[in-house]
Design a protein around this ligand. Structure first.
Ligand code: UGY
Ligand code: MN
Length: 266
């Protein structure tokens, strides 16, 4: 029997890798720890790994990614898509973001960009460190009378922390103008003191893409609780029962996509 020559390597599968997995995919929700989300590459990006978190094949009506852009990488040329909105949020490092033909500006951690459909952008890494950016694409749902929104390039530090619930230990940063009917989705930073859950299990028509930024907790999806911490992702389809119970000692924060402001298509 001939001996096959495998390339030399020293890596070993860690204990628990077989048969122990926090990830779960159900018809109307998915819990995705980062270790299982494999590498994709996309034609519009050079030297960039895309971790695709949400896609129509999962049941989502939007697409969400973590982009890992190597030094010198990013869009090869300005990129735009007819009918599709883009949203970006800086996770780590500093990207150069060119909005609608303007000169590139820094997009650091906590920085964000909104692009209405058909708006060209460039996203590049001109630094020596890998840049991590959360990206989202959604087809724009037009509404009679309403104009398409303008592009936005800003930072979460410029967005006030509000709390419409009156519940102690809660904080909200609505990165896109709250209540502006031209927008068909929200991107909200949801802040929680440890132990402060929302007052009821939610069951609503809106869909979510949740990216955990800070802290830890337990997340109810359907009938099951899942332990969640930074870098985990959850997709929640319409009417998925949901509740968050923050644990640990630190504040918890996640960035939440939510489709809003449009009537039901019949
Ligand atoms: O606004 C929301 O729908 C939010 N409370 N949901 C969530 O955090 N899962
Ligand atoms: Mn919700």
């Amino acid at each position: 029997m001939s001996q096959r020559m495998f390339p030399a390597a020293t890596g070993r599968v860690p204990p628990g890798a077989i048969g122990h997995n926090r990830g779960i995919v159900r018809p109307n929700y998915a819990f995705m720890p980062p270790e299982g989300v494999l590498v994709s590459r996309l034609p519009q990006y050079q030297a960039t790994v895309a971790r695709i978190l949400a896609a129509p094949v999962l049941g989502a009506s939007f697409a969400q990614y973590v982009l890992e852009i190597a030094p010198g990488g990013g869009t090869a040329a300005p990129f735009a898509e007819e009918g599709i909105q883009h949203f970006f949020y800086g996770l780590a490092g500093e990207a150069s973001f060119g909005l609608a033909g303007d000169a590139p500006k820094p997009l650091a951690a906590g920085g964000f960009a909104y692009l209405p459909p058909g708006t060209p952008f460039s996203l590049r890494n001109e630094t020596a460190e890998t840049v991590r950016v959360l990206a989202l694409r959604k087809r724009y749902e037009t509404a009679p009378v309403l104009a398409v929104p303008e592009p936005i390039l800003s930072h979460q530090d410029a967005v006030p922390m509000t709390n419409h619930t009156g519940m102690e230990g809660r904080g909200f940063q609505f990165l896109l103008p709250y209540g502006d009917m031209r927008f068909d989705f929200e991107m909200n930073l949801m802040w929680f003191k440890p132990g402060v859950c929302f007052p009821a299990v939610e069951t609503h028509v809106m869909e979510h893409g949740l990216y955990m930024l800070e802290g830890q907790g337990l997340y109810l999806l359907g009938e099951d609780w899942h332990e969640i911490w930074a870098r985990d992702f959850i997709w929640m389809g319409g009417y998925c029962p949901q509740q968050f119970y923050p644990t640990g000692q630190e504040d918890a924060c996640y960035l939440l996509y939510k489709n809003v402001n449009r009537d039901i298509a019949l």
